[in-house]
Design a protein around this ligand. Sequence first.
Ligand SMILES: [Zn+2]
Length: 216
Amino acid sequence: MSEIVVLFDGFSVMSGTDEMKANCSCTLIKGDHNIIVDTMTAWDSDRIVDALKKQNITPEQINYVVSTHGHSDHIGNNNLFLNAKHIVGFSISFKDIYYAHPFDKGEEYTINNSVKLIPTPGHTLSDVTVLVVSKDADIVAITGDLFEKYEDIENPNIWLEAGSDDPAEQFKNRCKVAKLADWIVPGHGQKFKVTEEMRELLGRQAGDKLSERNVK
Ligand SMILES: [Zn+2]
């Protein structure tokens, strides 16, 4: 089992007609391995090092860096963690060695007994979600921008407008992750609990979307 510490809550707000202010949720997983998920923007390195220090962890002690996808606010400080294996979307590497893994065939990637990655394309075509078994035996999904924030369940326009490379896949994977998880740490909002009502709503949205696609 692992301990999950959300070091920073992500956010996103429109700050002008063509301007948005945003940063991603940054999460530390402590257990058999130290894992950091989504490393914010390149201007956040001091804040990340300080937050880790409060957890008695130095950047050198991080074993895995996971960027749920390759956008600039999710990869900004990966180079703080030079002892770590780096997983950016579907790409796994250490220094100049790249490890093949069939995420594109739907295959999950196991880090240890309580942490695995599953492919959840939609926001980009190579997004991953981190599933963690917490100390309370709950399943916590760290989803990156598969879920933008809690409010986007009622209002899918929030994540659609944030950008989706494959909306039909994203509808489907949102539904899948909600079924697997007790809690969600979204890409740009606070951690929230998944309810049965949410699962039903997401299921309807995914179903609606699929039938819409079948009609075409
Ligand atoms: Zn993002």
